[in-house]
Design a protein around this ligand. Sequence first.
Ligand code: GLN
Length: 518
Amino acid sequence: MSLDNYKELRAAAIAASVRAGELSAADTVRASFQRATDVGGGRDELNIILYSDENAALDEAQKLHTQIQSAADVGVLAGVPVAIKDNIATLGLPTTCASKILRGYVSPYEATAVTRLRAHGALVVAKTNMDEFAMGSSTENSAFGPARNPVDVRCVPGGSSGGSAAAVAAGIVPIALGSETGGSVRQPAAFCGVVGVKPTYGRVSRYGLVAFASSFDQIGIVGRTVDDAALGLESIAGLDNMDSTSSDADVPIYRLSALGKPASDARDPNTEAMRIGRSPVPLPPPPTSETLKGVVIGKPKEYFPDSLDRSIRDLCERALDRLRWMGATVREVSLPQSELAIPVYYILAPAEASSNLARFDGVRYGLRVDPGRGLKPMYEATRSEGFGPEVTRRILLGTYVLSAGYYDAYYKKAQSVRTLIADDFRAVFTSGVHAIFTPTTPNTAFPLGAISDPYEMYLNDIFTVTANLAGVPAISVPIGRVRRLPVGGQIITAHFDEYSMFRVAYALEAALGQEAHQ
Ligand code: GLN
């Protein structure tokens, strides 16, 4: 295998070649950095990458090389360059949540998801740009300037994991980590024409993910293909003693590609959970009229309102036709509480954020601005100077809805409606529906600066936040383009049923083929 077409190589293929000694891990690292240079991924251009260290990545590659030479099992991501969203703690590279308040901060420990990627042979090449503290849908809220969409540099890449989605779309890495609180992996994946996965709440350890809204937060994966995303998720999922909300549910094999022996770091307790309860590998392409036989797909009417953009609706209908062609039954369903999802999310997430972000006070982390008049003025100056406008708005909103006079009217009521939204999903999934199909977003990537009203920005999340409120897994896959800009289709399944989610996603990807990118 040659690295000439590095930007198109799949993670599974890179790993297989590195494991077989056909490709050197150092060369894949160099190819990734070269690609970043070629596309202008750095600060002054697309602004996708905030931090990187080529020499450190090459040192890691050298260690991997030594392991391969001593015939050690180097894992399913051997030599695969990966990028990590800047709110996920990494050793050796800063973790700043694209915020001034954390400028220069280097975490003394690493997120479990990153440790697991490394344990499977992945090589961390970059920390990616994002909306400050993951609050936003365009990556324009970064304190280090907006990132741009490699598909059309006049447009935003979506957010808040815009840098991770853009890094994959630009061919810098085949896999990147993002984070989801309300759609922050799926929405940018849709905008950039790549695959984005939000796992079930609890599927992936949150240890080392800087908290935004803890009852929603989940690390997710961006991949160029469904298979790469599956491989990535499989590598990081499973119980972690460092996160008591991580689940001990079995982690099946999600990926299609046969890589030979799966990663088996038998001595690493972090990967122990991966070997328990593996299911058979899903159906491989090419798709036939039997591929999805017996699968029932729900089409919720609330996600196809009359106001939905005509071209996005048409692409969704084409995707549903393909699913039918592969043997699936499409059934109209209802998730009636979905229309309340935006107000509910934008009460609960800021409430949790206002509490989580109290820790950034100039004492423990990063920036300190001290006017020299005592503790309180120091807190005030640090936080006013350190947080950008959107983060400030969320902290104010969150503090307001939690305050004594308004707690019942806002926070408590929103919690009750959250339960109703989760009940809607439960009702659909217990009525014989295996997966729900919707558009990922109501629109395609918009030009930088086009949306200045915060509420209009929040409406970007209208089709994604429900899965976060309910805690269920969801994936966005490319289903076509409108005026050359990518459109994503979303597949949502029941709690811990990522297996069915990937099965439908593989089938759809295979059935659409090149049409997904036209
Ligand atoms: N766009 C949503 C917000 O601004 C979701 C963010 C996220 O998922 N991190 O809160």
